[in-house]
Structure formats: structure tokens, C-alpha cells
Unconditional design. Structure first.
Length: 403
């Protein structure tokens, strides 16, 4: 059955123009390319019907030719680099019309172009609780009136003070207690030397009047809510467990060594690793690190080692060797390390067609007619064929209407 003619029947073809030559014969409809309505798609084989031969002999397919006309939603703006390279439905610089830019990011508010309209969203910790775009994201999720979400009001006895994962919550989780003058505000009153038993009760590290001098590398602190308990200084441990006994040698072991890394007997060398204080902000801290297959990059003259452990085959900050960093994150890409060589992982419409990491992902595959939908996929340049949304544009050839 013929479809009603449409004066604007051009669409975005799924194949380059060279493939459209297959879309000219009705006998190819069932097993070849179906170009009805301007789309060339593989059609499944159809079971024959009694009048199939009659229908096939009378039905005609429309020939489609290269077009420089923009499909619905696309246009060419005064500052365009290519024909039809602006999608008015999603371009925040041309949202709904050329030059109609969405507001810039500010005060936690970010504007996206959705279906030709600028829509606001909020980035943590900001919230839009009044629903007014004029005031932006006016509220923080750290406030008592909106702890973690709009309308989540905390009582005075349990203010917004602690995180459960990445979301703030009212009050403190057991066994911690809320201390108004402390930072952080949630404290474990059983062992906090500054808040022992109750908030703001700091212990005397010397033990106070009449207390015996603390043994080496030890001090008097809070234990089970009471001051006066002997504790080890940071970085030391009582491995022979004689602290508090007569003639104790105190906290005799310095932690941070390969044999006693974070605790007594934490022997890193026994498991083929080193005691390393990692300076990588994604995995900072002391521990047994650099298992077989990883390399240490940093300072290693004393224990613990300070630096990072890296697999030179895949670590983007140490790709192929210490300090050999791949390009960082841009609006178009991020640098990745593959088998010890830096590559670009392009985002969205962008592609690295020349293989040069120094000029980023340089090709816009949504609109470049010489790289339409991917590197090297060429539209009919001589005919002025446009590329829109990563597809070469076609329309019914002159004098034809879509069937």
C-alpha cells in the first residue's frame, strides 16, 4: 500500500550513499535493503502470500539521493563548521534556536538542553527545594532543614552531622555521640582523648598529679570512657603486650616497617610485598602494597616507602614507567593506558582519527561529512551531502515522492 506523500521526506540514512544503489528494485524488498521512508535497513524474509507476486510487481520503491537539507531538529547556525551540525534539541549553546545558550553553571546549578528547553539540575551538596529556577539550587543538603534531601528536618538533639555513605544523616550512628564543639562532630566517647566519657572532656596525657611517668612511646589517654589509660603513641605498638605492667618497655615496636607494617606481625615481605604509605589520593594510607606485577614509584630509602604502586601496562599516571602520565580528562576524552602506551578514550560524538593524543579527540563524527558516524566514513562530498547526528542525509530524488 502506498503511503501519503510527504514534502519533507528526507531522513538520515543508516548507510553511506554508495550503499543506496541497492535500494532501487521492489524485488529486493524482502531480502535486500528496505528504503521505505528514506531509511535503508535490512528487512527479514517474508513468507509468500497468494498475491505476493502481484503486489511485488505493482509496488515501487523510492530512490533516495544525497541531500544538503537538515533533518528535523538539526540546523546550520552562523558559527557552524559543517552543514546541519547543530541539534537544537540538545545543544546547550543553541537550545531551541541558534545562539539561545543555556545559563552557565553556578552555585551548584547545572543547565542541560533537553528537547530544546534549558533544564536545571543540582550538583551535590546543593538542592532546589523551592522549585524556582530564578533562585537556582538555593539549599545545601548539610543543613538541618534539608539533611540529605529537601524536607528532611533534623531535631535539635540530632542535628545534621554525619554521613551514611555519601548522604548526610540526622544525628550520629552508634557508638558515636554528637559533640557540638568538635570536628568531626560525631565522637566515640569510649576512646576519644578529647571527648572521654562526655563531650569536651580532654584527658591529661601525663596522667595528672601522682601518676607515674609513662613508659617509652606511651601516654595516658581515654579507655572505655575513663582517662588514665596507657596508650601507644601514633606509629608505635606494644607487641609484647606488657604495657601497664611493672618494668614495661612501653610501646617498643615502631610500625611502618616491612615486618610490622600497620600492626604487630603484619609482615609484608612474607607475602611478597612492601610496607608502603600510598600517596595516591584514591588509595591513600599505610599498608602492604605492590604485589607481584606492580612496580613501586616514589621514595624507598626508609621504611615505610612513600609513593604509589603501579602496573605499568595499565596505570594512566605511570604508563610504561614511573611518572609517565597519560593526558587527563577533557570534555572530549580521557587518557587511558593500554599495554604501556597512552591512548585516548573518546566520549560521545568525538573520535581520535589521527591517532595523536596531543590534539585530543579532534573529529566530530556527528557532523563531519568526511567522518560521519566514525573515522573514514565519507558522505558524498561532491554533492554537498550533509552529515547530521552521525548519518549521511538523503531525500527522495528529484521528481519522486516517498512510497
Amino acid at each position: 500500500m502506498k503511503r501519503s506523500p510527504s514534502p519533507f521526506s528526507w531522513v538520515i540514512a543508516l548507510l553511506p550513499l554508495a550503499a543506496l544503489s541497492a535500494c532501487v528494485s521492489s524485488r529486493d524488498l524482502a531480502i535486500g535493503e528496505d528504503c521505505d521512508d528514506g531509511f535503508c535497513e535490512r528487512a527479514p524474509a517474508l513468507a509468500p502470500t497468494p498475491d505476493a507476486s502481484t503486489e511485488a510487481s505493482t509496488r515501487e520503491l523510492t530512490n533516495y539521493c544525497a541531500s544538503n537539507k537538515c533533518p528535523t531538529g538539526f540546523t546550520t547556525c552562523p558559527n557552524s563548521k559543517f552543514l546541519c551540525d547543530v541539534d537544537l534539541r540538545s545543544d546547550p549553546k543553541n537550545c531551541g534556536a541558534c545562539g539561545a545558550a543555556c545559563p552557565q553553571k553556578g552555585a551548584g546549578a547545572v543547565f542541560d538542553c533537553l528537547e530544546g528547553r534549558c533544564v536545571m539540575r543540582c550538583e551535590r551538596p546543593y538542592l532546589d527545594c523551592d522549585g524556582l529556577i530564578e533562585t537556582g539550587c538555593e539549599t545545601s543538603d548539610l543543613e538541618n532543614a534539608s539533611c540529605g534531601a529537601c524536607g528532611n528536618k533534623c531535631p535539635e538533639t540530632k542535628p545534621c552531622s554525619e554521613f551514611s555513605g555519601s548522604t548526610p544523616t540526622c544525628g550520629c550512628t552508634e557508638p558515636k555521640s554528637y559533640c557540638a564543639n568538635a570536628y568531626p562532630t560525631c565522637q566515640d566517647l569510649r576512646f576519644s582523648d578529647e571527648h572521654c566519657g562526655v563531650c569536651d572532656n580532654a584527658c591529661d596525657r601525663t596522667g595528672g598529679a601522682g601518676a607515674a611517668p609513662a613508659p617509652p612511646n606511651a601516654y595516658y589517654g581515654c579507655g572505655l570512657g575513663q582517662c588514665g589509660s596507657l596508650k601507644c603513641e601514633d606509629g608505635y605498638a606494644d607487641c609484647n603486650m606488657d604495657l601497664g605492667q611493672p618494668e614495661s618497655d612501653g610501646c617498643e615496636v615502631r610500625l611502618g616497617s616491612h615486618e610490622n607494617c600497620v600492626a604487630c606481625g603484619d609482615n609484608c615481605r612474607a607475602i611478597g610485598m612492601d610496607c608502603v604509605f600510598s600517596t595516591d589520593f584514591e588509595d591513600v594510607g599505610l599498608g602492604c602494597r605492590c604485589p607481584p606485577g606492580q612496580n613501586f614509584c616514589g621514595i624507598s630509602t626508609t621504611e615505610p616507602f612513600f609513593g604509589v604502586c603501579a602496573d605499568f601496562a595499565s596505570n594512566a599516571k605511570n604508563c610504561g614507567g614511573c611518572g609517565l602520565a597519560c593526558p587527563g580528562v577533557t570534555l572530549r576524552s580521557k587518557g587511558v593506558c593500554q599495554y604501556g602506551t597512552c591512548k585516548l578514550e573518546c566520549t560521545g560524538r568525538w573520535a581520535d582519527c589521527n591517532g595523536n593524543v596531543d590534539d585530543d579527540c579532534e573529529v566530530d563524527t556527528f557532523s563531519d561529512p568526511q567522518n560521519c558516524g566514525g573515522c573514514g566514513i565519507t558522505c558524498d562530498i561532491a554533492a554537498g551531502q550533509a552529515c547530521a547526528g552521525g548519518r549521511c542525509v538523503v531525500e527522495p530524488c528529484s521528481g519522486e515522492v516517498a512510497q
